[in-house]
Write a new protein. Structure first.
Length: 191
């Protein structure tokens, strides 16, 4: 659990967040919800927390309320602050390293599906503009990772390395998209 997802000096636990989701009768993983949040943030370069939650709720067909809404708003705020940090504090909200690799790989795919579902809706594209080649490549990569499945791997060390490498790629790809769209948004406001 990355340290940047702490609220009132208490960490937001992946399993606790999953329980909040289940209590509302939703069939969604915390990773997919966080991916949706990050898709909105990366596509827009940053938005109001309530707007982000509304977009995620609409796109993922959810009615988020109560404790889950409070936790989600805090996760949005923490995620945006981490993405905007010059210290590169942003991390994907995924199960901890003690969780079986198969479940972590599944969560990684869930995160990607959530990200892809919301990114295009929130995307900041200048008038008459098109997606930069680098952005299009990142989106293709995220889409491919979203389809990843777990195959029996005999070498668990190799599986762990691959998981780490893919997680890091997604982390920095998300940061790049956020920073690029934040700059586009800032330039548009200055005009």
């Amino acid at each position: 659990m990355p340290e940047d997802y702490r609220f009132d000096d208490q960490p937001l636990d992946f399993d606790d967040y999953a329980n909040q989701i289940l209590e509302q009768g939703l069939q969604l993983s915390p990773a997919e919800l966080h991916g949706g949040i990050c898709g909105v943030l990366a596509g827009s370069g940053g938005v109001e927390q309530d707007h982000c939650l509304a977009v995620v709720s609409q796109v993922l067909s959810m009615d988020i309320r109560g404790e889950l809404a409070e936790s989600s708003l805090k996760l949005i705020a923490a995620s945006e602050a981490a993405m905007a940090s010059e210290e590169f504090e942003f991390h994907l909200f995924l199960p901890d390293d003690e969780t079986d690799i198969e479940l972590r790989v599944q969560a990684l795919g869930d995160w990607c599906r959530g990200f892809l579902a919301t990114y295009a809706l929130a995307l900041t594209v200048p008038d008459g503009g098109t997606l930069a080649e680098e952005v299009a490549e990142i989106i293709k990569d995220v889409a491919a990772i979203a389809e990843v499945g777990f195959e029996e791997i005999e070498d668990e060390e190799e599986a762990e390395r691959n998981y780490f490498d893919i997680s890091e790629y997604l982390r920095f790809a998300s940061l790049n998209l956020f920073l690029e769209n934040a700059e586009i948004r800032s330039d548009a406001r200055d005009e």
